[in-house]
Ligand binder design. Structure first.
Ligand code: GRF
Length: 194
């Protein structure tokens, strides 16, 4: 059970693989005086991830793990998280699937953001699927991570309208903008429910 005492912020790690625009928005959120989180650690599986520039800029401790031997890597990551007393993990464009064992050890304290209105379009290429199916709406979802891909309890969602002439690029951009607002909101909601 995670307990928040006084003004103490929850020690948080963010896992990324790519651009890191959500990492950037979470860092900005964590710097607000009334934010419930402090980002203490950033993990990437990709040493070329652009998002690493954000952790560098804000001087947040960062490590890259290759994930070649997944179980060994996960055990090493767990040790690193324990050492830094990390209580919450936010996946933000992290492209590796964490094992059941890892998820179990973190016991309901891993969140993810997904660019669709789950349970629609789990997995990859969500925007292309939305357009191919002529959907009128899409959006993004923040959910708790469980051992089934993109299937854990939903915390918050944001809907956007898909225009007639929408491209994958324009839809992605529109949804990302909402993701940057939704993830902090969902974290607040999640933490206040603990
Ligand atoms: C976002 O669309 C997120 O929903 C998905 O991966 C993308 C990551 O973007 N899981 P960024 O790296 O945060 O810019």
């Amino acid at each position: 059970m995670v307990k928040l005492t006084g003004n103490k912020k929850l020690s948080t790690a963010v896992f990324i693989s790519g651009t890191g625009s959500n990492l950037n928005s979470l860092i900005k959120f964590s710097k607000l005086r009334n934010s419930p989180i402090e980002i203490k650690f950033v993990i990437s599986n990709n040493k070329y991830a652009k998002g690493l520039n954000f952790s560098k800029r804000y001087k947040i401790e960062t490590k890259t793990f290759s994930f070649k031997k997944k179980i060994n890597t996960e055990n090493l990551i767990l040790k690193n998280l324990e050492k830094r007393k990390i209580r919450l993990i936010c996946l933000a464009g992290f492209m590796k699937i964490l094992s059941k064992n890892f998820i179990k050890k973190f016991n309901g304290k891993i969140l993810n953001i997904h660019p669709s209105l789950l349970p629609k379009y789990k997995g990859l290429n969500t925007h292309a699927k939305v357009i191919a199916n002529n959907d009128k709406f899409s959006g993004c979802t923040v959910h708790i991570v469980n051992s089934n891909l993109d299937s854990g309890k939903i915390i918050l969602q944001k809907k956007v309208i898909v225009k007639k002439n929408e491209s994958v690029h324009s839809l992605k951009k529109k949804i990302l903008k909402q993701e940057h607002i939704l993830y902090p909101k969902a974290i607040k909601k999640f933490i206040s429910s603990l």
